[in-house]
Design a protein around this ligand. Structure first.
Ligand code: PLP
Length: 377
């Protein structure tokens, strides 16, 4: 039986093995493992690539989001609007920062936060005299959220827009990169992300110098000079080995996005006339994805997943249980609130194997297996 893993991290390493090993060895031999030249170079390079004046390397995407909230110093117990259809970290950091997540529905075709639901949620909370202080917009699966419109809304209401670009580093709307629409943005370099390292790391991007400075202190335990602590901080640094790996990976990043795009194009071509069984992702005009995941909506999703597994094909479900229904958030009283699109997507979404080095044969095998499954329906 052939095997197509969902993401083949080992293969992605093998492609740049020599370059990576040389660079890691260089760091090991340098004796500098934190706050050194690799991190500085990476921060400058990525800030320049994205189009912000500051970038701060941190220990993960989660920590990046948390540090942004801490640096903004939002009034405690105020509300932060977040999509329910996202990775848990987006809401988890809100709680950790002493704020309250308020879950918003998403759009059926882009899977990203719905502007309509955002506006409704804001109105509902303000009618109840509850203060909303920020929105965290997630660009899910690599596709930009409607960031221009959300930015406009946040300006009108005088609330902060924070961008969670953990799945979408490199994506853009026309020529403007995601991560540059909000007051600050957070990305992740987790091993499965389009720009990734072999472990945990993340980065904050902002053009606000004051926020950048505060985050630099916060990620070092709140220390503003040796052993003098002005803030309640964390140990949130990126380390030199990860920065060095990312410098190598970044050289190939644009090429890898292009490879992902080609693979997605082949999936779409091969699966396009399977309506009404499948719904393929939608890419609005001028929205350029970084294609971190290729997620379809499938009838009989769980059976299809099992069938593909039986053929050696790995798939993923992002996300099978919406955040507003998770036990950890039961005190927020969302159990009886309906977020219909989020709840439907949770039952239908299935992510297919995707990484830049998937072969033609593997792609065709995935496509023909899906077609075989629906032939008998
Ligand atoms: C949307 C989203 N937000 C936040 C995170 C957190 O990033 P990390 O795993 O680097 O902490 C992730 C990572 O999976 C994510 O997908």
């Amino acid at each position: 039986m052939k095997k197509v893993p969902f993401i083949d991290l080992k293969r992605c390493y093998q492609v740049y093995k020599e370059e990576l090993e040389k660079k890691v060895l260089e760091v090991l031999r340098s004796g500098i493992y934190l706050n050194g030249p690799q991190t500085k170079e990476l921060e400058n390079l990525l800030a320049n690539y994205l189009g912000t004046s500051c970038a701060i390397g941190v220990s993960s995407g989660t920590e990046a989001l948390y540090l942004i909230l801490k640096a903004l110093d939002l009034p405690q117990n105020t509300y932060v609007l977040v999509p329910s259809f996202t990775f848990v970290a987006t809401a988890e950091v809100v709680m950790r920062a002493g704020l309250v997540p308020f879950f918003v529905d998403v759009e059926e075709d882009t899977y990203n936060i719905s502007l309509e639901s955002l506006k409704e949620s804001y109105e509902r909370l303000t009618k109840q005299r509850k203060k909303v202080s920020a929105v965290i917009a997630v660009s899910l699966f690599g596709l930009p959220a409607h960031l221009k419109e959300i930015q406009k809304f946040c300006k009108e209401k005088d609330i902060y827009l924070i961008e969670d670009i953990c799945q979408a580093f490199g994506a853009k709307i026309a020529n403007k990169k995601v991560g540059t629409f909000g007051i600050a943005s957070a990305t992740s370099f987790y091993p499965t992300k389009p720009l990734s390292t072999f472990g945990d790391a993340g980065m904050v991007f902002t053009s606000n110098k004051k926020i950048a400075r505060t985050i630099r202190y916060l990620k070092e335990h709140g220390q503003i000079k040796p052993y003098f602590y002005k803030y309640h901080g964390v140990n949130g640094r990126i380390d030199e080995i990860h920065s060095a790996i990312l410098l190598v990976k970044f050289k190939h990043f644009e090429k890898e996005i292009a490879l992902r795009k080609t693979i997605v194009g082949k999936y779409i071509e091969g699966l396009k006339n399977l309506n009404p069984h499948l719904k393929l992702p939608y890419f609005p005009k001028d929205y350029f994805s970084s294609y971190s995941l290729f997620t379809i909506r499938a009838k009989n999703r769980n059976k299809l997943k099992k069938f593909l597994e039986s053929r050696g094909i790995g798939t993923g479900i992002y996300y099978s249980k919406p955040l507003h229904l998770q036990p950890v958030y039961k005190n927020l009283n969302f159990r009886n609130v309906k977020l219909p699109i989020t709840e439907r997507l949770a039952k239908e979404v299935l992510s297919l194997p995707l990484h830049p080095y998937l072969t033609e044969e593997e792609i065709n095998y995935v496509i023909s297996s899906i077609r075989d499954f629906y032939k008998s329906k």
